[in-house]
Design a protein around this ligand. Structure first.
Ligand code: ADP
Length: 176
């Protein structure tokens, strides 16, 4: 675990499972259909139960770089923020801008809904193939900038799945 203070807020990284977080909201690395999938998405729907998918189907989808809110079903978290990361091609197809947008739009939804604590997975670095070192730097920098201007978010936690992902974020956090 590693923590830094950004203004009145905390930015932290932990190794763990996003579905087991007790933050007000957890963020899902969803796909544009919002119909569920593998990785984080599958884990959240399995742990949270069918109510989340029902709400997602009602919403109908989400463009890449945007975010949508549902309740948390059976999860400890009251809300799930579903955001759609970019599929990584070569980094020259808007991927960094879209990935930064995922983090910003998720936090904007949190601010607008009274959500004070948010747990993020490492968006786009699984099935979507974003190189983790670059993703980690961009993710932490983007969230740091948001927290600096939004004290209403008291905690942003990155929950990294496995030691390798944790170490990539640890290295990146030393640089922000
Ligand atoms: P994407 O399609 O955006 O790449 P994935 O869900 O495939 O999303 O992977 C995103 C990251 O989340 C990967 O680094 C993966 O190892 C990690 N991950 C998978 N399951 C979990 C989980 N239960 N909690 C936290 N992170 C997870």
């Amino acid at each position: 675990m590693m923590q830094v203070h950004i203004g009145q807020s905390i930015l932290e990284i932990v190794e763990g499972d996003i579905t087991r977080q007790d933050t007000d909201a957890i963020v899902n690395a969803a796909n544009p259909s919002l119909r569920g999938g593998g990785g984080v998405d599958g884990a959240i729907h399995r742990a949270g139960g069918p109510k989340i998918l029902e709400e997602c189907l009602k919403i109908g989808g989400c463009p890449t770089g945007e975010a949508r809110l549902t309740t948390g079903g059976n999860l400890m978290a009251r809300y799930v923020i579903h955001t759609v990361g970019p599929v990584y091609k070569d980094g020259a197809h808007g991927e960094p801008q879209l990935l930064a947008s995922c983090y910003r739009e998720s936090l904007k939804l949190a601010s607008a809904n009274g959500i004070k604590t948010v747990a993020f997975p490492s968006i786009s670095t699984g099935a979507y193939g974003y190189p983790i070192n670059n993703a980690a730097r961009l993710a932490l920098q983007t969230v740091k900038e948001y927290l600096a201007e939004h004290p209403e978010i008291t905690l942003a936690r990155f929950v990294l799945f496995g030691k390798a992902a944790y170490e990539a974020y640890e290295e990146a956090l030393k640089g922000v």
